[in-house]
Ligand binder design. Structure first.
Ligand SMILES: C[S@@+](CC[C@H](N)C(=O)[O-])C[C@H]1O[C@@H](n2cnc3c(N)ncnc32)[C@H](O)[C@@H]1O
Length: 221
């Protein structure tokens, strides 16, 4: 499927899939969205001292990058597991400007995240282990991964890829989550919220990032 690099509102780039009419991040700002939705409302909100994170959709690696930077700054040992069915090509990765918009250290981490082997846990920095799994979420056996503290649910929209948002997937993730685990997503759709609740989560609607009224955060009681 064709992917195009586009600029977003805060100057950071993202990818757009014309055939799906869908982009990887908000057009109002890729870094701004990722920082607010996943870092602020997820990673920083969760109090696990050494969190295990599961991300649905590694994509550009932006969520992983921001988390790796924060883990280093806060000396919070973090394990980051990310599922991806369609990894980016290296020509696409080279056109993304996250590293150079943030810092020199971010550039180094960004290369390390992308260069690291798939399907093997790799120590990227003293505070950040990454396990990128090249797999299809809808076929994935969750028994393979350790108990989770934070879930970055960053699939394409429920109207574009409904099979990623079904209740059975939320239930499987719930079952391997620790008490007080948080599942965060940029969508605020009522039906998605109800599926999370029927899977056992308590879910809240939070103010969204720029350009979006709301987003969702679910918590395992
Ligand atoms: C919204 S983008 C993720 C953005 C990403 N978190 C980032 O920081 O760039 C959704 C991602 O889900 C991936 N994806 C689509 N279908 C999938 C599937 N069945 N299993 C796993 N990943 C899938 C896409 O390739 C894409 O990278």
């Amino acid at each position: 499927m064709e992917r195009k690099i586009i600029n977003t509102g805060d100057g950071s780039k993202t990818l757009f899939i014309p055939q799906m009419d869908e982009q990887y991040h908000s057009v109002n700002g890729a870094i701004t969205e990722s920082e607010y939705v996943y870092l602020e409302k997820g990673y920083r909100h969760n109090k696990a001292p050494e969190p295990v994170i599961l991300e649905i959709g590694f994509g550009t690696g932006l969520n992983a990058l921001l988390t790796a930077i924060e883990a280093e700054n806060k000396k919070r040992k973090t394990t980051f597991i990310s599922l991806e069915k369609y990894p980016l090509e290296s020509a696409e990765i080279q056109q993304l400007n996250y590293g150079n918009m943030i810092s020199e250290r971010a550039e180094e981490l960004f290369s390390a995240l992308h260069q690291c082997e798939w399907n093997r846990k790799i120590n990227i920095s003293p505070y950040f282990d990454l396990l990128k799994l090249k797999t299809d979420l809808t076929q994935f056996s969750f028994e393979k991964i350790p108990p989770l503290d934070v879930i970055y649910f960053d699939a394409f929209g429920p109207d574009k890829q409904p099979e990623m948002w079904n209740e059975e997937i939320f239930r499987k993730i719930f079952e391997i989550s620790n008490s007080k685990a948080n599942l965060i997503t940029y969508t605020s759709k009522g039906e998605i919220r109800r599926r999370m609740q029927r899977s056992g989560y308590i879910s809240e609607r939070l103010p969204g990032p720029p350009g979006k009224r709301h987003m969702l955060r679910a918590t395992r009681p």
